[in-house]
Design a protein around this ligand. Structure first.
Ligand code: ARG
Length: 587
């Protein structure tokens, strides 16, 4: 079973065909004027023009053909030839029952599914995560959930940054502090200790210390460069350190990610594809793509049609080291061998667009994957009120862990203010505050058109009013408690009959779910789904303000409204779940 818009489109398409026109003219969508009609079809104007007919005459013929069909209660011809369609209460009841019992809550599935790798998160070992990493994590995780919900076979990979200069900094700084560690002893025969030589606090301290020192002292920077080159060349002690740094970092990263409800299937990193690089380079040389240029191996990825300068793809630098280009290309080799994806999505800051253009071109030229199967899913920056990328009061970048903590504090404060959680114990209160903070951060981010920048405003994000995560939770919790209280009073939800306009509007809102999901998927734009759940919550609030539900005196009407609530809750929780937002049972 499908949504009403699809069903009506099919009926109209058949009518157009019967009149000798193409089916596409029959497209039906929600009405712009809900007070006049539920749905509209605008095809008559365009179609009539083709055959020199009067649009209103054609509209009358189509109206006659579809009149009384399936869900249609009434069709009117309006203005120059619009078809205004009103659906029957019966069709709306049927649709509600469908949503209530459907495993997808009316969201449908894709007809053609794919095997997709989604590369997101992209945290760097040892460097703390900042608000930019929030965007990649939240958008990427939502796309994973969305694609999976609609039937794609998805693998989400964190793609750790663990191959760059920061690793060299860590090594040299650790050496400066503890030169006696076995990792630095050239005569040590191994095996190296299983216990890490550093804690996460050590890592948090060592990296800023080292990068500050490297800025002052060119020799120190040089030493770090050398250390990375040696690590990349296979220095056993440095490789053992690399493993420890990664393990310690990942444990800490998981804390921040789990606060946000973000999960990965794979925690692979740049360093994991190191052993694939030599073979890949040989292959690129054999294909005549890799060229020697001033001691470096590069690929010329420029094209005649390029309007801007396209710098070469750097395979191996003049020091013999490999960097961001090479590891990304080798990661494609790895993914193709191990996962056989049809498509790869990279959820990374818009400012890396050139990098991905180069990588995708190189991958295509190497015959690894066609360019159009790799997509850079870029996003804008999180700005301060000054319109520049957000900085803390101290002028530094805001760490993700601090952001999470601040959101949690704000959520605790708001819960206290609204007195929502009266008799709730400390543990449950803590859990609720966490869910509110998560909803606030995720919804604030996801509701924007992905590529635009947005202004960071924790006060607004955590508000229970407006287009916010907490407002969404509030709507879900209100329905949950309403259903719970009704059940406690012995009132069960029953079959749904649609009488009021607010009930009709609510079902019509739910009917848009499958389309919102499909659009969100097609455009890789979570805000379309945000818009849907927000509209749904508002339509519910309108009914709530308009009619008694649990307190309705007529038993059949009450059971019907409760049944409607059940369907709304199901779809609301399903939609929010795809956004990675979970509603508590009460708050
Ligand atoms: N670690 C990178 C950064 O922080 C992001 C990695 C994105 N993924 C990729 N395959 N390049 O900028």
């Amino acid at each position: 079973m499908s949504d009403l818009a699809t069903e009506l489109s099919a009926a109209c398409a058949a009518a157009f065909e019967a009149e000798g026109f193409e089916a596409r003219w029959g497209a039906v969508r929600r009405s712009d004027r809900p007070e006049l009609a539920d749905f509209q079809c605008n095809g008559c104007m365009g179609a009539a023009k083709l055959q020199g007919l009067v649009p209103r005459d054609l509209a009358a013929k189509i109206a006659e053909r579809i009149s009384g069909q399936g869900p249609i209660e009434r069709v009117d011809v309006a203005g120059p030839g619009f078809l205004n369609i009103r659906v029957s209460g019966e069709a709306l009841s049927r649709q509600t029952e469908f949503i209530r019992t459907d495993a997808q809550a009316g969201g449908g599935k894709l007809e053609a599914t794919e095997k997709v790798v989604i590369d997101f998160g992209g945290p760097n070992v040892a460097k703390p995560m900042h608000v930019g990493h929030l965007r990649s994590a939240v958008i990427g995780d939502t796309l994973v959930r969305l694609f999976r919900f609609l039937g794609d076979d998805v693998t989400g990979d964190a793609h750790l940054g663990d191959w760059g200069l920061q690793m060299g900094h860590l090594i040299t700084e650790l050496f400066a502090e503890q030169p006696d560690l076995v990792y630095f002893d050239p005569d040590f025969k191994g095996p190296y200790p299983d216990e890490p030589p550093v804690t996460i606090e050590d890592l948090g301290r060592l990296y800023p210390q080292a990068s500050a020192r490297a800025k002052e002292d060119p020799q120190r920077n040089e030493a770090s460069q050398l250390a990375v080159a040696e690590m990349q060349a296979g220095h056993p002690g440095y490789r053992a350190l690399l493993r420890h740094f990664i393990n310690v970092s990942v444990e800490a990263l998981k804390v921040d990610y789990s606060f946000l409800g973000v999960e990965f299937d794979l925690w692979k990193g740049e360093s994991d594809v190191d052993d694939l690089i030599p073979g890949m380079v040989e292959d690129l040389k054999a294909k005549g793509l890799a060229k020697l240029d001033d001691g470096a191996w590069i690929i010329d990825v420029s094209r005649e049609s390029d309007k801007k300068e396209m710098p070469p793809f750097m395979l191996i630098n003049s020091r013999g080291g490999t960097g961001y280009h090479a590891t990304d290309l080798a990661t494609i080799v790895d993914r193709i061998e191990t996962l056989h994806p049809d498509r790869m999505l990279y959820v990374v800051d818009q400012r890396q667009a050139l990098h991905f253009e180069q990588v995708f071109r190189a991958a295509d030229m190497a015959g690894l994957m066609a360019e159009e199967r790799m997509e850079h899913i870029g996003f804008g920056t999180v700005n301060g009120t000054d319109g520049k990328p957000f900085k803390t009061r101290e002028g530094g970048v805001l760490r993700l862990s601090d952001l999470n903590r601040m959101a949690l504090e704000e959520a605790e404060k708001k819960i206290g203010e609204t007195g929502l959680s009266g008799d709730i114990g400390d543990e449950e209160r803590g859990k609720i505050a966490m869910l509110v903070a998560r909803a606030a951060l995720r919804f604030a981010d996801l509701q924007n058109v992905r590529t635009t920048n947005y202004v960071f405003d924790l006060e607004r994000f955590t508000s229970f009013e407006g287009k916010t995560g907490p407002y969404m939770l509030y709507a879900a919790v209100r329905i949950k408690s309403l259903l719970r209280r009704a059940r406690e009073a012995g009132h069960e939800p029953g079959p749904v009959t649609i009488e009021r306009d607010t009930e009709r509007a609510l079902v019509l809102a739910m009917d848009g779910f499958a389309n919102a999901l499909a659009q969100s998927h097609a455009k890789r734009q979570p805000h379309i789904l945000c818009e849907h759940v927000y509209t749904l919550a508002q339509a519910f609030s309108a009914l709530y303000a308009d009619a008694p539900i649990a307190n309705e005196a007529d038993a059949a009407v009450r059971a019907s409204r409760l049944g409607l609530c059940e369907a709304v809750l199901k779809q609301l929780e399903t939609g929010l779940g795809i956004l990675g937002i979970e509603a508590p049972d009460r708050m």
